[in-house]
Ligand binder design. Structure first.
Ligand SMILES: [Zn+2]
Length: 170
């Protein structure tokens, strides 16, 4: 099958690969030239390709998520992954915090940029009719010391190390 190119170094199949989707038989097809296809292309052209040109190959750990897949993996109900506006990424040889900071200082039109648990970067572009917010957050897990409560995720403003974010969240 012919790969569908989104920008110089990015292809659609990188955004539709999902073990969970495969295991649950979720259809990951993206209609050619539909809204999701356009959003993914915009994400590549505006953010991911410039990042790739500067720092090297970018690995997409989660791209497009149909609502059913988003629910299964516990994504937030209004997740931009559902519209092809967001990707979770890592770059070999770079810490997620360094990748997030590179995007902050070099890309103008991102919508949301999250340093997630010190493990990966979530980055999105805004919807077609809204302006990019340039929102920057660090996600950390606050352990719960009781038997009933589960650890909860807290989003701290700014791009911080996990320790710094935990300090501010406490
Ligand atoms: Zn994400």
């Amino acid at each position: 099958m012919q790969r569908i190119q989104l920008s110089k170094n990015f292809y659609l199949d990188e955004f539709t690969r999902s073990q969970v989707a495969a295991r649950h038989g979720i259809n990951m097809r993206v209609a050619e030239n539909g809204v999701i296809h356009h959003n993914l292309r915009r994400l590549c052209v505006t953010v991911l390709q410039p990042l790739r040109d500067a720092l090297g190959p970018v690995h997409i750990t989660s791209g497009y998520r149909p609502p059913k897949l988003n629910r299964l993996i516990g994504g937030s109900s209004n997740s931009q992954h559902q519209f092809g506006q967001a990707a979770d990424i890592i770059v070999s040889g770079q810490t997620p915090l360094d990748v997030a900071l590179w995007i902050k200082y070099n890309i103008k039109d991102f919508d949301q940029l999250i340093h997630e648990f010190g493990r990966w970067v979530h980055v999105s572009v805004s919807g077609l009719n809204s302006d990019p917010r340039r929102q920057q957050l660090t996600a950390v897990k606050i352990p719960k010391l009781t038997m009933i409560r589960k650890p909860r995720t807290v989003y701290v403003p700014g791009l911080l190390s996990v320790d710094e974010a935990l300090g501010r969240a406490a």
